[in-house]
Ligand binder design. Structure first.
Ligand code: NAD
Ligand code: AKB
Length: 316
């Protein structure tokens, strides 16, 4: 039987690109995009349903009615937005996951993808080449919800055999769909403002290093993980995923190689404390060993791709 895939939160930064990639791979009709907001214009070539993930009955109806066999649960409140309203962020992030885990078991959905984040790490975690297994003492509500979420995913795998898979994404950088309120969003805004204004005021300080990744790599990782044979998935919490590590000063220097007059200034705000609590770089050797993961984009190739694509998009 062919799979029918439901993406919840398909209108967001990752969802739009993941929906496009899954549709290109499995066929437009096999991938149902859903979101609480109106459909993104790039998703008009396939099915879309309005869906609030907090409405468990509505999610169940879609799963039953469309005979869904795989779910990608992307709806969440990210780090910076979450710190403004912690209990609300906790409620959305945890209730949505627990309800979808339950629906998957009851409706015999064969696979669930739920992303975690580098936000599971905290100030007591080793900050360079952070290992897969290490101290996890996150200080943001977002990070706490991701850590708890990982444990719930593992619990559902152990208790019910649910094939749930997860990645701790680093900050993702992309141009097709806007980011949704994270601490790493500066590394997208900087490209847009470099093209529009020739200058950027960064909300993180110049030497703040964070793990980052170009979206093409992240989408490929997600699909490779989901397609890997079950016996190769030895980690049922979430896989560390490396990529690039750079600071605002370094991304600015990389932009200056394309836009020589570009200037950057720094006005750190509350997001600095979040960034300071996260690692500088990630060791993803377990993902490499278990399912062959290897990233492709470095800072220079990502800058070229971002500027080239944004130039065309912003001119439209
Ligand atoms: P986003 O904020 O861009 O997208 C989330 C989508 O979920 C939005 O389209 C939003 O409308 C939708 N949504 C919100 N509440 C909903 C609800 N009640 N019902 C249905 N849909 C709802 O986020 P994203 O960057 O695409 O992130 C997707 C997932 O990946 C999240 O779990 C996030 O924590 C994780 N992640 C993202 C990054 C990153 O850098 N983008 C890094 C690490 C982990
Ligand atoms: C955020 O900054 O909140 C996200 C993430 C790294 O999880 N981009």
């Amino acid at each position: 039987m062919e799979d029918t895939i439901l993406i919840i939160g398909a209108g967001g930064q990752i969802g739009v690109e993941l929906a496009l990639a899954l549709r290109a791979r499995y066929g437009n009709d096999r991938v149902i995009a859903s979101d609480i907001k109106d459909p993104h214009p790039l998703l008009s070539d396939g099915p879309f349903v309005h869906l609030d993930v907090m409405d468990a009955d509505a999610v169940r109806q879609v799963v039953q009615g469309k005979k869904v066999t795989q779910i990608y649960l992307l709806a969440a409140i990210l780090s910076a937005t979450g710190e403004k309203n912690p209990l609300w962020a906790w409620d959305i992030n945890m209730k949505s996951l627990l309800s979808v885990l339950d629906i998957c078991v009851q409706e015999k959905v064969s696979k669930l993808y739920w992303p975690s984040s580098i936000a599971v790490f905290g100030p007591t975690t080793p900050e360079n080449h952070t290992p897969q297994k290490t101290v996890l003492e996150p200080t943001t509500v977002y990070g706490i919800s991701k850590y708890a979420g990982e444990l719930w995913c593992q619990y559902y795998f152990n208790k019910y055999g649910l094939d749930v898979r997860s990645i701790r994404y680093p900050g993702l950088i992309s141009w097709k769909s806007a980011p949704g309120g994270g601490t790493t969003d500066y590394a997208i805004d900087i490209y847009i403002e470099a093209l529009q204004k020739g200058s950027y005021t960064c909300f993180l300080s110049e030497n703040t290093y964070l793990p980052m990744m170009y979206m093409d790599d992240a989408i490929r990782a997600t699909i490779e993980l989901m397609e890997a044979p079950k016996e190769q998935i030895r980690n049922r919490l979430a896989y560390n995923l490396g990529g690039i590590s750079f600071s605002p000063a370094e991304i600015a220097a990389s932009i200056r190689r394309h836009i020589p007059g570009f200037t950057i200034s720094y006005a750190p705000d509350f997001r600095q404390a979040i960034a300071d609590s996260w690692p500088n770089s990630i060791d993803d050797s377990e993902a490499h060993k278990d399912w062959g993961w290897k990233h492709e984009y470095d800072l220079e190739s990502m800058t070229s791709a971002m500027l080239e694509n944004l130039k065309v998009k912003l001119a439209q």
